[in-house]
Design a protein around this ligand. Structure first.
Ligand SMILES: C[S@@+](CC[C@H](N)C(=O)[O-])C[C@H]1O[C@@H](n2cnc3c(N)ncnc32)[C@H](O)[C@@H]1O
Length: 398
């Protein structure tokens, strides 16, 4: 891959966002997981050099820092970072000294994964899999399926999915020309050798009709969206909850890649949704005042989601009383990372004010007899919040 030779020369803005998503999630993730008292393994499957040539931290250092911070709070915790790299392993060893919490594995991700799936004793362990390849050729949906089927206490993935590159490969292998005007990312190089391999990467052949539609419409953007919708749907057969974050250079550009997160755990989902939402808000606030130089199109639906849609979804989800946590999960499953949990709670507060939503806190009062009024969904406030459609409010049945 000629163009990938330059990858570590300097860290690009889009890699910074990707790394912030990783780093900001790992801290609360580790804090939460360590409360289970069970071992945690963080596998950085395409680890790279550890540090970029401009001195900026790569994912291995970010993972290491998160582990060290957690160990300060829970010194005896069994936390290990495992770092797989096939080319820059010497750089990685220099930048990331090994110890009881850091293990570097030289070799190919594909082989390491096969071995791991076949031999690893997953019982009573938690796994966070970070999969950050250059392109798509090493990805296999079957690996994610197999990992999810292992008896981990919890297992989740964060995948860098280059849907744009996938589509180019799909067009090439189906002998459909991509129009000259379509954007071409510098990392893209043809390297998947058969349509069957693309099926294995995607976990199905749903990409073929998408490529054929592109042939008729020449709408690469729509094809990329459709591919991501289908890929996340496929991943939802593996993990209960899947959310994604498109990383772009400019608003009108196609996503460079998608960060796709899959989990079976509601707390993880809400943490990651807030994290991804915050990363976008930070970014938008940073670039907007100087004029839009580098902008990220927010998850597709944001432009067409209105307050009315959100309020309707809240009320429609409450066919029975739910915990606030469960309701937030329904909303994130529906709206992805368009809203933070606090924005969603603001919508609920409005509905409560309008007498459409009833809120119950259990216990209702604290030890000194003061009524709980908060909207803490984590249960850490000492009370649990339940929400229901209020008895006075009847849905319009027509
Ligand atoms: C996108 S870079 C990873 C960047 C890294 N996550 C970071 O944030 O610094 C991909 C890395 O995976 C390595 N790599 C590529 N194919 C691999 C494979 N099949 N198995 C293991 N490592 C691979 C490359 O040498 C490269 O260092």
């Amino acid at each position: 891959m000629g163009s990938t030779r330059k990858f570590f020369v300097r860290k690009h803005e889009w890699s910074e966002i990707k790394d912030r998503i990783l780093g900001a999630y790992l801290r609360p993730y580790l804090a939460k997981i360590c409360r289970t008292g069970k071992a945690v393994r963080i596998a950085d499957c395409f680890a790279g050099k550890g540090r970029f040539d401009d001195g900026k931290d790569g994912s291995p250092i970010i993972v290491r820092q998160a582990i060290d911070e957690q160990l300060q709070h829970t010194p005896g915790a069994s936390i290990q970072g495992v770092f797989i790299e096939n080319k820059y392993v010497e750089d990685l060893r220099r930048n990331l000294p090994e110890d009881e919490h850091v293990h570097i594995l030289e070799g190919d991700y594909e082989e390491r994964m096969d071995h791991f799936i076949a031999t690893y004793d997953a019982r009573n362990k938690n796994l966070f899999l970070y999969v950050d390849p250059y392109g798509i050729k090493s990805l296999r949906m079957a690996h994610f399926k197999a990992v999810a089927a292992m008896p981990f206490y919890t297992a989740e993935v964060l995948i860098n999915f280059n849907a744009h590159g996938f589509l180019r490969e799909g067009c090439r292998l189906m002998k459909i020309a991509v129009l000259d005007g379509e954007p071409l990312q510098e990392e893209y190089e043809p390297d998947v050798n058969s349509p069957d391999n693309l099926d294995a990467i995607a976990g199905g052949d749903y990409w073929r009709p998408i490529v054929k539609t592109y042939y008729k419409t020449h709408d690469f953007h729509a094809a990329e969206d459709a591919l991501v919708v289908n890929y996340t749907r496929e991943l939802r057969q593996v993990f209960k909850h899947v959310i994604q974050f498109p990383i772009k250079v400019k608003l009108t550009h196609i996503a460079r890649y998608r960060m796709i997160y899959g989990t079976n755990h509601e707390d993880g989902l809400l943490l990651m949704a807030d994290n991804m939402n915050k990363r976008w808000c930070e970014f938008r606030d940073k670039v907007r005042p100087q004029g839009v130089l580098f902008e990220m199109d927010f998850p597709e639906m944001q432009a067409c989601v209105t307050d009315v849609d959100v309020e309707k979804c809240i009320l429609d989800s409450l066919d029975e009383r739910k915990t606030l946590n469960a309701l937030l999960v329904c909303l994130v499953d529906t709206f992805g990372v368009c809203f933070s949990t606090s924005e969603l709670k603001d919508r609920m507060k409005k509905l409560e004010k309008d007498n459409k939503l009833g809120v119950v806190r259990l216990p209702a009062k604290n030890e000194s007899g003061k009524a709980y009024r908060g909207w803490d969904h984590t249960g850490r406030g000492g009370y649990q919040v339940f929400v229901e459609r209020s008895a006075q409010w009847q849905q319009n049945l027509l």
